[in-house]
Design a protein around this ligand. Structure first.
Ligand SMILES: Cc1cc2nc3c(=O)[nH]c(=O)nc-3n(C[C@H](O)[C@H](O)[C@H](O)COP(=O)(O)O)c2cc1C
Length: 180
C-alpha cells in the first residue's frame, strides 16, 4: 500500500482533529526578513531539547530559512488572530509584513514580534526534504522568552485564511543563475 491508496478526506479530518496551536516563524538572511504562519510543528526530543517545524517549499520564509541558521518561533494566543492573518495570508515576496509592527532584533538579525511574549529562539541542526511539499527543520532551542499563551490560537480559528502561497507553488527561477 502507498499514500495513493488512502482517502485524503479521512486523512485531512484526522490531522485537523488535533487542532494545532499556531506559530509565527520569523527569520532573516542579513538582507531580507521574513516570516509566516505555521501549523506544522512539534517538540521532537526531550533530552536534548529539540523542536521541529515544517516549512512549505512555496514560501518566501522557507527560501530565507535555507540561508540562515536561526529562527524565532512565536507561540500565538487567541489575541493574536490578526497578526496570524497577516503572516498567513500575505507573502514576503511582495510585502514587508513587519512594517508598522513592534519588532526587536534577535540573534543574527532575526526579527522578533514584541507583541507575542512566548517565543523560542532556535538554531537549525538538520533539514529533511523527503519529497513532500514541506521541509522539516529540526532545531535546538537557544533561548526561551516569556511563557506559554493562556489560550493558544488554534487552527480552527484560522480556517478561513487563504495562504499567501499555495503548497504546490514553486519559486521561478529556482536559482538566481537559472535566470541567466
Ligand atoms: C492555517 C494555516 C496554516 C499554515 N501552516 C503552514 C505551515 O505549517 N508551514 C508553512 O510553511 N506554511 C504554512 N502556512 C502557509 C503560510 O503561512 C502562508 O502561505 C504565508 O502567506 C507564506 O508567507 P511567506 O511567503 O512570506 O513565507 C499556513 C497557512 C495557514 C493559513
Amino acid at each position: 500500500m502507498s499514500s495513493d491508496d488512502i482517502s485524503t478526506g479521512d486523512f485531512d479530518a484526522l490531522a485537523a482533529a488535533t487542532d494545532a496551536a499556531m506559530l509565527i516563524v520569523t527569520t532573516a538572511d542579513g538582507e531580507e526578513r521574513g516570516g509566516c504562519l505555521v501549523g506544522f510543528h512539534s517538540q521532537s526530543s526531550i533530552d536534548p531539547p529539540r523542536y521541529s517545524v515544517w516549512l512549505s517549499k512555496a514560501n518566501h520564509t522557507y527560501r530565507l530559512a535555507l540561508r540562515t541558521d536561526h529562527l524565532v518561533l512565536h507561540f500565538l494566543g487567541e489575541e493574536h488572530r490578526e497578526l496570524a492573518e497577516l503572516f498567513g495570508t500575505r507573502t514576503g515576496d511582495d510585502t514587508d509584513k513587519f512594517a508598522g509592527l513592534a519588532t526587536g532584533t534577535g540573534p543574527h538579525g532575526v526579527p522578533v514580534l514584541l507583541d507575542v511574549p512566548g517565543r523560542l529562539v532556535v538554531r537549525r541542526l538538520a533539514l529533511l526534504d523527503e519529497g513532500g511539499d514541506h521541509v522539516c527543520l529540526t532545531t535546538e532551542p537557544v533561548r526561551v522568552d516569556g511563557g506559554a499563551p493562556h489560550a493558544p490560537l488554534r487552527l480552527s480559528a484560522c480556517c478561513d485564511f487563504t495562504p499567501g502561497h499555495s503548497n504546490d507553488e514553486r519559486h521561478s527561477p529556482p536559482t538566481e543563475r537559472a535566470a541567466d
